[in-house]
Design a protein around this ligand. Structure first.
Ligand code: GDP
Ligand code: IMO
Ligand code: MG
Length: 423
């Protein structure tokens, strides 16, 4: 069986958590392949809202195993909190979780380094979630990291000490004001490591290989979004992993030829949290309405998300880079009541009209070119079938499908599991 992928096509927070939860009934294994607790994946059912950071979004289903893959970076402290939150609900969550031995660990000093690096950048800061993501991936590619499998070795604490000492010297180098008590942070960390060790560590590439041979169905769950990809995103305002489809191959050990469907998920408008260019960003009542009605606040940091019109130049780029085979459109309900909708179809790039995503999309280089469509007034949140959808929404969807050359198979009309229309 091929491995299907679900990934975000914008700057994250497209609604990946909700849709992975919806799709999990069709899968035996849900596997996160990159990112870490910078992610906040929200799912809602039975009137309860859950936010997951490291744990895959299939965890609430009896039928599926949930794997944290080798490409993920794990903070044991946050992982423990996630488990504590789950323990309030019924279910054998721990038994359904598997952790790759090759996943790297986020240490307390990685978080401090993230904070020091951001503080040293002043106005040029990335707007990191400060979860230590960048420094942990730096240690991974720098070949200094500590992996989950190391926790099974006797000498891991020596390795830890050497790395933490080096980090402290690096923090000093940044020469910024940073208040911290490392002993306290380490006490939490070592306690959380023990909890992590109570979970099942596996050689996950072998597990997934055998699962494929046994015809198990597997869905890889992306974090962040394509425009935050370390290579293809709006560098340097990106995260430190490959969020695009290729990241699932390296982040799970799945061969490229074994990838099946690629579900690309996007909002009916655009949001971004943190710094960096955003050509279709709005500073008027339309943007304000998107933020208010869409409750656009970061699931991890609580920061308000910047809002703007849908950007087809960026979306086409993401569809291409990922080889998207099916599209999923989220939050159409948030646009109900808009008299008009703008769609960015091209950029004016240094005086020239272009339709591809260029090297640099900073405001001084790029202004969006828009087409307009009528909005819809109807409340979508109770609709359950495509036949109930207003004409203006259908027209919007069909226009996007034509431009993106990929069918929109799911339209989400609210945060709850049930507010999902299949086309
Ligand atoms: P993720 O990071 O991609 O999983 O997305 P987040 O969970 O960070 O952000 C998506 C937010 O939108 C969450 O608060 C969801 O509950 C909510 N949401 C998801 N789909 C819809 C939808 O179709 N309509 C509305 N109004 N909210 C939605
Ligand atoms: P999910 O999986 C939205 C953003 C941060 C910042 C940049 C770098 O919930 O969609 P980092 O902490 O990785 O160093 O931050 O990336 N960012 C996200 N934005 N959703 C996310 O995850 C994000 N994860 C990181 O705001 O701009
Ligand atoms: Mg999120």
């Amino acid at each position: 069986m091929a491995v299907d992928l679900l990934l975000g096509l914008q700057w994250g927070d497209e609604g990946k958590g909700k849709i992975v939860d919806v799709l999990t009934k069709n899968y035996d294994i849900i596997a996160r392949f990159q990112g870490g607790p910078n992610a906040g994946h929200t799912l809602e059912f039975d009137g309860i809202k859950h936010v997951l950071h490291t744990i895959p979004s299939g965890i609430f289903h009896e039928n599926a195993m949930n794997l944290v893959g080798n490409g993920v970076v794990i903070d044991p402290v946050i992982f423990k909190k996630e488990l504590d939150n789950l323990s309030k609900f019924e279910g054998n969550f721990k038994e359904k979780l598997l952790i790759s031995r090759k996943a790297h660990l986020i240490l307390p000093t990685h978080r401090l380094l993230d904070a020091a690096s951001e503080a040293s950048k002043g106005k040029a800061k990335i707007g990191s979630t400060l979860k230590g993501i960048g420094p942990t991936y730096m240690d991974k590619t720098g070949r200094n990291g500590i992996r989950v499998g190391d926790l099974e070795m006797d000498n891991w604490q020596e390795k830890y000490r050497a790395l933490a000492n080096k980090h402290e010297a690096m923090i000093d180098f940044y020469n910024v004001q940073l208040q911290y008590n490392l002993a306290e942070l380490e006490a939490d960390f070592f306690e959380a490591v023990e909890v992590l060790k109570s979970l099942k560590f596996i050689d996950s590439e072998e597990y997934l290989y055998q699962a494929q041979k046994a015809n198990k169905t597997i869905l890889a769950e992306g974090a962040q979004g394509s425009l935050l990809d370390i290579d293809f995103g709006t560098y340097p305002f990106v995260t430190s992993s490959n969020t695009t489809a290729a990241g699932a191959c390296t982040g799970l050990g799945v061969a490229p030829g074994k990838i099946g469907e690629v579900f690309g998920i996007f909002k009916a408008y655009t949001t971004r949290v943190g710094s960096g260019p955003f050509p279709t960003e709005l500073f008027d009542q339309y943007g304000e309405t998107m933020g208010r009605v869409g409750k656009e606040f970061g699931a991890t940091t609580g920061r308000p998300r910047r809002c703007g019109w849908i950007d087809l130049v960026a979306l086409k780029y993401a569809v291409q880079v990922n080889g998207v085979t099916q599209l999923i459109m989220m939050k159409g309900d948030v646009l109900s009541g808009f008299d008009k909708l703008k769609i960015c179809t091209a950029y004016n790039y240094r005086g020239e009209k272009i339709e591809h995503f260029p090297f640099n999309i900073e405001a001084e280089n790029v202004t969006p070119v828009y087409t307009e469509m009528p909005g819809w007034k109807e409340d979508l949140t109770k609709m359950t079938s495509a036949s109930q959808m207003p004409k203006a929404l259908n027209d919007y969807i069909e226009y996007l499908e034509k431009e993106l050359e990929v069918p929109i198979k799911i339209v989400s009309v609210g945060p709850d599991r049930t507010q999902t229309i299949h086309r």
